[in-house]
Design a protein around this ligand. Structure first.
Ligand code: PHE
Length: 327
């Protein structure tokens, strides 16, 4: 069999490499002949050159063929893999579940949107003005102690409350305004009912002739729609720097068992002035609450830290509906 035939018949790259070095390697047959070329006449030289070039081409061609075959093989076996993966996927019957907080967030948003509030968002890293100062809480105000704050570089903070979004929205949109904000907030605290990262929802209405009873009516409507039952509500005086008067709202969760559920109040005139709204012309109310706490109540959970454990079994054990269940 001549060399060209041999090359053609090779089936794997190792054999090809071996044959190639036996021909073109250091002491390969062709290498040796080429070294001797000076002893040949012109015609023989030309013939040898042509033979050598032909062999090189043949090796190159054979190598390309083998590479192509290897690629086809790989594609073929990957096709098998893909089929196996798809087959496995088809066998999985366990549907995903909404995280209770996502579920709760969407229920809250639905109720508030139906009541005419529109959603606003803001940054989670806030400047001092929006998180504190514009909310009538200047530096050294003792109320800053109420919120154990994470400070980040440049004098900014991880926002401690969604109230910062009130300021941003009034600065941007002016009045009248009827909005709610929803998002993550951060404070340095951690126990069964506090997580350093939690979620707040905040409502804000500013218009002409807004009164405390508008606020009470909206809060009661919201809570009853959200919990899907009638609730007795109790209003206690409280203190927030950005509302005056400030109140705390409790609901009678079980007969005789009252739970504090949110803070609220009439927007402080200083806050309105800070965002260039005339408090003699416009009044408003704001209310804010922890989504996590509301979710714990609605779904009967006892430890807020479980929300962030990332354990799918916990979702299942607590009976959260699957995406498939949600019609
Ligand atoms: N921002 C307050 C808090 O985090 C809650 C609140 C919001 C109170 C709006 C009054 C009005 O404690």
């Amino acid at each position: 069999m001549n060399m060209l035939e041999q090359i053609k018949q090779i089936k794997n790259p190792e054999d090809l490499t071996a044959l190639h070095s036996s021909v073109f390697g250091k002491n390969g047959t062709m290498t040796v002949r080429l070294k001797d070329m000076k002893n040949l006449d012109n015609d023989s030289r030309a013939a040898l050159n042509a033979e050598s070039a032909e062999l090189r081409d043949a090796f190159k061609h054979a190598q390309e063929e083998l590479e192509h075959a290897a690629m086809m093989n790989a594609l073929e076996s990957q096709k098998l893999d893909a089929a196996a993966i798809t087959g496995y996927g088809l066998r999985v019957t366990d549907n995903g579940r909404l995280h209770p907080l996502s579920q709760c967030m969407s229920e809250v948003s639905t109720v508030l949107t139906e009541m005419g509030y529109s959603l606003r968002t803001g940054p989670e890293i806030e400047d001092d003005w929006h998180n504190f100062t514009a909310l009538n809480t200047p530096p050294h105000h003792p109320a800053r102690d109420m919120q154990d704050t994470f400070f980040v570089s440049g004098g900014n903070v991880m926002r401690t409350q969604t109230s910062a979004v009130q300021i941003r929205s009034m600065e941007k949109d002016g009045v009248p305004i009827k909005i709610f904000s929803a998002g993550t907030t951060y404070r340095r605290e951690m126990d069964a009912t506090h997580s350093p990262m939690f979620h707040q929802i905040e409502g804000l209405v500013v218009d002409r002739r807004i009164t405390l009873s508008d606020m009470v009516g909206d809060i009661k409507t919201f809570l009853e729609r959200f919990f899907e039952r009638e609730l007795n509500m109790r209003i206690r005086p409280s203190y927030f720097p950005f509302t005056e008067p400030s109140v705390e709202i409790d609901v009678e969760w079980k007969p005789g068992k009252w739970l504090e559920i949110m803070g609220a109040g009439m927007v402080h005139p200083n806050v309105l002035c800070n965002v260039k709204i005339n408090p003699n012309e416009f009044q408003g109310f704001a209310f804010g609450f922890g989504l996590d706490r509301l979710a714990m109540l609605k779904y009967g959970l006892s430890d807020i830290r479980e929300f962030f454990g990332g354990d799918a079994r916990w979702l299942k054990a607590n009976g959260f509906e699957t995406l498939g269940d949600k019609k």
